[in-house]
Design a protein around this ligand. Sequence first.
Ligand code: FES
Length: 209
Amino acid sequence: MATDNVAPDEGNNPGGVDKKRRRLLTQGVGVVGAAGAAAMVIPFISSMSPSARAKAAGAPVEVDISKLEPGQRVIVEWRGKPVWVLKRTPALLEGLKAVEGNLRDIESDDSDQPEYAKNDYRSIKPEILVMVGICTHLGCSPSYRPEVAPVDLGDDWQGGFFCPCHGSRFDISGRVYKGVPAPTNLEVPPHQYMAGDTRILIGVDGGRA
Ligand code: FES
């Protein structure tokens, strides 16, 4: 499991250049960490029987969010895909309304998510986002950009995800902007909270609608 943490207001900070560089480095560590975790898992899976291997590859993944700070994201692997678990700040949630006019699929009618995540937050609990971190255009991994109005993304930016491959933009609920190559919002995987609400199980939801 990889973790990154980005100060939500760094784009407004006069010292933003150094912080931005630090953020990029931190994200780099997150990606390397995820790859490292995958590398450790694969030999284990390849030593299993074919049926056990298939089961493990599709098995649910449990995530402990008890120590997740506001603004912080953890990345886990589920079915070979990176899944982000992000704890959004109140400021990030407030920014959702401000960008609605820029979005292509505001109600998520044409996008992929369980019914319980078909809302403005695209989540069960407003502050916790669970999302497949793969761009719906051609499969790159978008960057987590929680800053407000950073120079490279413009004055309208209220925090979200930016895909560096062809410039697709998503708000902090993973809803795609108009006029970018990605056709739909980012995917929300099935998931459910476990007892105590400090753990999330990704990959199952008990058929909850
Ligand atoms: S893969 Fe993300 S914009 Fe093309």
